[in-house]
Write a protein that binds this ligand. Structure first.
Ligand SMILES: CC(C)(COP(=O)(O)OP(=O)(O)OC[C@H]1O[C@@H](n2cnc3c(N)ncnc32)[C@H](O)[C@@H]1OP(=O)(O)O)[C@@H](O)C(=O)NCCC(=O)NCCS
Length: 164
């Protein structure tokens, strides 16, 4: 089940953070981090952000979390628990937040992904994100929404490009 993260999820969220793979965390955050209680509290607070989780089983084990950072350039990121990858969880979480972004009438979503991160680049492209910049180790992807999406579609048609 995919649902918003709530304050009651703190224990399960802490357990999820501690179960994450060190390399996965580096790919998600861009640097090595030590998961501490203070860091978990900060991530849980995430003021203003929209956060969804995927849970499994009667104990409500968290198997994936995605965050929509509501900054000037709204940004999406996601991480899936080891042992739960390639089951569609990451894509389902990002799709849920794309729907949230549409409901909030955001014009555009961004994702900032390390160039080495083939899994996230493939996932994002599959959901319609397009790479607009590759600077050094980082790739910037964009997903136009609403009117911006319509304009992007028109431009693709006019240039004879694919509109899939
Ligand atoms: C990136 C990540 C979130 C993908 O989660 P996931 O649940 O395994 O992804 P999904 O099962 O939803 O995959 C959806 C599609 O993405 C692509 N994809 C996912 N993992 C892939 C991989 N390792 N290699 C190539 N393509 C991959 C595929 O097209 C896949 O569809 P398919 O399985 O039908 O071929 C996960 O690998 C992860 O947590 N990585 C570490 C954290 C991270 O890099 N976060 C992104 C930072 S912005």
């Amino acid at each position: 089940m995919i649902r918003p993260l709530g304050a009651d999820d703190a224990p399960a969220y802490g357990e999820f953070c501690r179960a994450l793979d060190r390399e996965d965390l580096r790919l998600r955050l861009g640097r090595y981090v030590v998961v501490e209680d203070s860091c978990i509290r900060r991530m849980l607070a995430g003021e203003g952000d929209e956060v969804v989780l995927a849970e499994h089983g009667p104990e409500g084990e968290i198997v994936g979390v995605s965050r929509l950072v509501l900054a000037a350039e709204p940004e999406i990121a996601v991480i899936v628990r080891p042992g739960w990858k390639r089951r569609g969880i990451g894509a389902a979480l990002v799709e849920a937040l794309v729907a949230t972004a549409r409901a909030r009438r955001l014009p555009m979503l961004h994702a900032y992904v390390l160039a080495e991160n083939v899994a996230m680049l493939a996932l994002a492209r599959r959901l319609g994100f397009r790479a607009v910049q590759a600077a050094g180790t980082m790739v910037t992807l964009e997903l136009p929404l609403g009117a911006a999406a319509a304009r992007a579609g028109d431009a693709a048609l006019q240039s004879g490009g694919a509109t899939r």
